[in-house]
Design a protein. Structure first.
Length: 170
């Protein structure tokens, strides 16, 4: 089954379930050099007169380098049958293993934008980076949030304009 480009207005889903419970893969790079990681933190919305997606990545994650060095990143969403693949992509580092091979996922490159997503994904959001911001603990109005950072390894947030939506044809 191939992916088809669809209008963002045709999307119908619960973003809280999609990101928080079902997870996603954040991927950046081209087909010859890319990395991916599992994430369950992020957001979707509308900002600066455009549809956006945000994701956060800790400094030690290998994927962060790829997101920083490339113009685009993708967010790939899967059926529950791929939960173990997402667990693998969250547990291991791309510095040490070939995560897609280990998780039995097939990388694909968007021909137009030269960025990577996965054949098995039901939904792919291709995002053009438009902003980043480091999480600054002094800005936590609710100081208990700092409990998510016992190692003080604060995330960098990336905001991307959603420039293309790919949906798996059934």
């Amino acid at each position: 089954m191939a992916h088809k480009t669809i209008s963002i207005e045709k999307l119908i889903f619960n973003p809280f379930t999609l990101i928080g419970n079902e997870w996603m893969l954040i991927t950046a790079g081209n087909i010859n050099s890319f990395n991916t990681m599992t994430a369950s933190w992020g957001s979707l919305g509308y900002m600066w007169a455009r549809p956006i997606a945000s994701c956060v990545i800790r400094p030690q994650r290998f994927t962060r380098k790829f997101v920083e060095e490339n113009e685009f990143f993708t967010l790939s969403f899967f059926n529950e049958e791929y939960r173990s693949a997402l667990e693998i992509c969250g547990k291991y580092s791309g510095k040490d293993v070939n995560k897609p091979e280990m998780a039995k996922l097939t990388p694909k490159e968007d021909e137009e934008l030269k960025t990577v997503f996965f054949e098995q994904a039901n939904l792919v959001l291709i995002c053009k980076k438009i902003y980043f911001q480091d999480i600054i603990p002094e800005n936590f109005l609710d100081k208990s949030i700092d409990n998510f950072y016992p190692a003080k390894d604060y995330h960098r947030m990336f905001i991307g304009e959603i420039v293309k939506v790919l949906k798996k044809e059934r």
